[in-house]
Ligand binder design. Structure first.
Ligand code: NI
Length: 255
């Protein structure tokens, strides 16, 4: 079974068929677990409901760097409260730095540091968003002792040379649909260099859909294409990659 460690089923893109889609993927036996990640305060509330409704859906709460305007004491304490009150909240995320679409850099840094603080206080791993901000992301994670809780570099876009620094701070690597894209040579090199115990798989649904469905709305069972690609790089069976990533995800998020 698949563990999709990063999806956004709280998104509008699923408003018309969310329930049918989630039930279908789970009932077919293809998708065993989903970690639904937040992108802001509104999304956190929706995720609390999804966790209540579906036993196979777990949650990560946090404020995305594209929403720095949500950095207030009130919002952060509400995230802390929600995460404490619900045992299905297994991570803080997605949080991090985005130097393409994110807001003011100083504000992003403040927001990131505060949320690493929450994750350490609650003992929850981090789901990290890092877009064109590799060095600053790693520096802040290190400074703020993120290795104590660990986590995942979601949709990893760094180099294979950078992996050592990532492992030094106790992070896993999240690989999704991008690995199937024709021009994603760098990501395939990363997969080739990855120790098996550091890999988890993800969709980032509704975004980043794997080939052959690229450009369409993503869904967790499409991770099968990601797993196939990884299996061919590692020269092992897809079943083996599915099992390894399922177990790695469960261990990391303590499910
Ligand atoms: Ni995401």
């Amino acid at each position: 079974m698949i563990f999709d460690t990063h999806a956004h089923y709280d998104c509008d893109a699923y408003d018309l068929d969310r329930d049918a889609l989630l039930q279908e993927m789970h009932a077919s036996g293809n998708v065993g677990l989903i970690l639904n990640c937040a992108d802001g305060i509104e999304s956190c509330h929706k995720i609390m409901d999804l966790c209540d409704k579906y036993d196979f859906v777990y949650g990560a709460l946090g404020i995305h760097p594209e929403r720095v305007e949500e950095l207030t004491d009130e919002n952060l304490s509400s995230i802390q409260q929600m995460a404490t009150s619900n045992s299905k909240i297994k991570a803080i995320g997605e949080v991090g730095l985005d130097y393409v679409n994110g807001g003011d850099k100083d504000e992003q840094h403040k927001l990131f540091i505060r949320q690493i603080g929450i994750s350490r206080e609650l003992g929850l791993p981090l789901v990290i968003h890092d877009r064109e901000a590799h060095q600053d992301t790693l520096t802040i994670l290190k400074q703020e002792k993120a290795w104590e809780v660990g986590g995942v570099m979601h949709c990893y876009s760094g180099s294979k040379e950078m992996l050592r620094q990532v492992f030094d701070i106790n992070m896993h690597i999240g690989i999704g649909g991008v690995v199937t894209f024709k021009n994603a040579v760098k990501v395939r090199e990363v997969v080739e260099a990855l120790p098996h115990d550091r890999l988890i798989v993800e969709t980032d649904a509704p975004y980043l859909t794997a080939v052959p469905h690229r450009g369409h709305r993503n869904r967790s069972d499409y991770i099968a294409y990601v797993i196939e690609q990884i299996a061919s790089i590692w020269n092992v069976s897809p079943e083996m990659v599915e099992n390894i990533t399922y177990d790695n995800g469960k261990k990391l998020f303590k499910i």
